[in-house]
Design a protein around this ligand. Structure first.
Ligand SMILES: [Zn+2]
Ligand SMILES: [Zn+2]
Length: 460
């Protein structure tokens, strides 16, 4: 079997690797390249190989940097099967539709600026057709990808439906096992089960996003969230949380639900003000089979995401009405870096009130409004107006859905413990600094590590 690394090679986005076995080609992931618009656009238009050569796609999870180029593949004529877990398939339904809308809006924006027609990478119809090709599989259930190649999904513990992929390839009577980690999550994350490192691997393709960093422990985040809600409510203010609609919002709702159950926060209303988050929550509710039965709230409460104090607003008028509402409350709205979406209205309305708290719960990239908030700039530019930043600013780092360097190494150690003939470990999905640091750590532990660049190949 030959592997060719195409995307998320020496970088984080565009996850895509080609597997060539017995004259057939299988893609592991087909993610969107993100970042600087022009550079990303060029990369996104370049296919990993002629579409007619691709016999199947196996998808690790629904994040756009892993699934977001599938509709383009379909637009270019791909019509074979896309394998995923059932929850990933359903999450992809809303995430790819959302991505298609963003592609269409971006193309429109560019067309207006350049005064010429710019074609979107793909549209809503391509996203819908992609779903027709997707087959949702349970975890631990083997399926035949192409003759001679069998695969199964195991928990990656990263987001709902996320999987590591076990690929068993039989050539000339001998079977070898390639493990593709997907994005590896963390033990103890809310709602979903912990990562399950596969056994008996011959070779591993592993992510390395935080290969040079350790996170704060998972358990601290909920307590910190509770403290922020308590303090803000005591001042009579609101907690404004910019958050990614898929995954992070549901974790926050779950944690607030837990805190209320424990009596750790006062009874203040919680508004989830994002149509995409409302849809994503429905997908979570459709997949209780992937919840972590070991968690107290999962055991005790039949409906994790609906409780007396939580309200989901889909309607724009309802969202605007929140500006006039009185008293303490929590408002969670997209986008995660406060670049767009309804959180902007709430920030324009609430950033200047010292009783309020703006709480960030995820990475804030440079040049985003979220970053300027975290830097506590004296004023924020929102909808063209300068808004003084007088609200409290709190930063919660415990919500990362990615394993840190210690957790990545521990995951691989567990794989090796049951893999007497473990060969190469290829690091993907990481910036060069993160990858090089992790590679050094792993080599010192005796692993045979490579950090492939786009176009590099490996043999198993
Ligand atoms: Zn991911
Ligand atoms: Zn990723």
């Amino acid at each position: 079997m030959e592997i060719e690394f195409f995307g998320a090679a020496r970088e984080v986005t565009g996850s895509c690797h080609l597997l060539r076995v017995g004259g057939r080609t299988v893609l592991l992931d087909c993610g969107l390249f993100q970042g600087h618009r022009k550079e990303a656009q060029e990369k996104n238009l370049r296919l990993p190989c002629p579409v007619s050569e691709i016999d199947a796609v196996v998808l690790s999870h629904a994040h756009i940097d892993h699934a977001g180029r599938l509709p383009f593949l379909v637009n270019q004529g791909y019509s074979n099967t896309i394998w995923a877990t059932s929850a990933t398939r359903d999450l992809s339904a809303i995430m790819l539709a959302d991505s298609a809308q963003i592609q269409e809006r971006d193309a429109e924006f560019l067309a207006r600026r350049q005064r010429e027609y710019v074609e979107p990478l793909y549209g809503t119809r391509d996203a819908t057709r992609t779903l027709e090709l997707m087959i949702g599989m349970p975890y631990h259930k083997e399926f035949e990808v192409v003759p001679g190649v069998r695969a199964q999904f195991v928990d990656a513990g990263h987001i709902l439906g996320s999987a590591s992929v076990i690929v068993d390839v039989t050539e000339q009577g001998a079977t070898k096992r390639l493990v593709f980690s997907g994005d590896i999550g963390r033990a103890g994350l809310a709602i979903i089960r912990d990562p399950e490192p596969p056994r008996a691997a011959t070779a591993v393709i592993m992510e390395s996003t935080y290969g040079n960093r350790d996170h704060v422990p998972v358990d601290g985040a909920r307590a910190q969230l509770g403290a922020v809600v308590r303090d803000t409510a005591a001042r009579g203010g609101r907690v404004l949380i910019p958050a990614f609609a898929v995954g992070r919002v549901q974790e926050l709702v779950y944690d607030l639900h837990t805190l209320l159950h424990e009596g750790a926060v006062p009874e203040v209303p919680v508004y989830i003000d994002s149509p995409l988050a409302v849809d994503a929550t429905s997908v979570f509710e459709m997949h209780p089979e992937v919840f972590d039965r070991g968690e107290a709230l999962v055991q005790r409460v039949p409906d994790l995401f609906r409780f007396e104090l939580v309200r989901y607003t889909r309607d724009v008028e309802e969202s605007k009405a929140l500006n006039r509402a009185q008293g303490p409350m929590v408002i969670i709205a997209a986008s995660g870096m406060a670049e767009s979406g309804r959180i902007l209205h709430h920030l324009a309305n609430g950033a200047s009130d010292p009783r309020n708290t703006i709480l960030t719960v995820g990475f804030q990239a440079e040049h985003t409004l979220g970053r300027r908030i975290v830097e506590r700039r004296p004023t924020l530019k929102i909808f063209g107006d300068e808004v003084p930043l007088r609200a409290q600013v709190e930063v919660l780092n415990g919500y990362s859905a990615h394993a840190d360097r210690t957790e990545l190494a521990a995951w691989l150690d567990t794989v090796r413990a049951s893999s007497p003939s473990l060969g190469p470990v290829w690091l993907v999905h990481g910036e060069p600094e993160a990858q090089d640091a992790l590679a050094t750590t792993l080599r010192a532990k005796g692993y045979q590590v490579e950090c492939p660049a786009p176009g590099d190949r490996g043999e198993v």
